[in-house]
Design a protein. Structure first.
Length: 133
């Protein structure tokens, strides 16, 4: 049987190594730990996963949302580290800064120039009185 390391398996399935590890942890794909303590995936299991991932999925129907504050804007800056991405959006006179996972930013293809919706739902809003009005 052919075995693949996580990075190799991820490349074959077109996902990140973190994603394939999460799938394995969730039982979505089988993996084994060898005597070296490293995770391996069998080729047969990868083939099954590749077929399942390639299957067309039914389009998701739109959901009702309670969020009412939507601003169409353009991404002006994206700063990524290993886990988090900081996305800056300019929507008319409004500047938004969003912190999201790097994985989400990569999946959405966020980069300067991309048009996005900034959807705002604040659970906390601070109010300040200016010094002089």
């Amino acid at each position: 049987m052919v075995k693949y390391r996580a990075a190799q398996a991820a490349e074959l399935l077109g996902v990140s190594a973190d994603t394939i590890r999460r799938w394995a942890d969730a039982g979505r794909i089988k993996s084994t730990l060898d005597s070296d303590g490293k995770r391996y995936f069998e080729g047969v299991d990868l083939a099954k996963a590749a077929i399942a991932e390639a299957s067309p999925q039914a389009p998701k129907s739109p959901r009702a949302q309670s969020t009412r504050n939507r601003f169409v804007g353009i991404v002006t800056k994206v700063v990524k580290d290993k886990v988090v991405a900081q996305v800056e959006i300019q929507a008319g006179p409004h500047r938004f800064v969003s912190l999201i996972t790097r994985e989400a930013a990569d999946e959405l293809g966020l980069a300067p120039g991309v048009v996005v919706d900034a959807v705002v739902k604040a659970t906390n809003v601070s109010v300040e009185i200016p010094d002089k009005f």
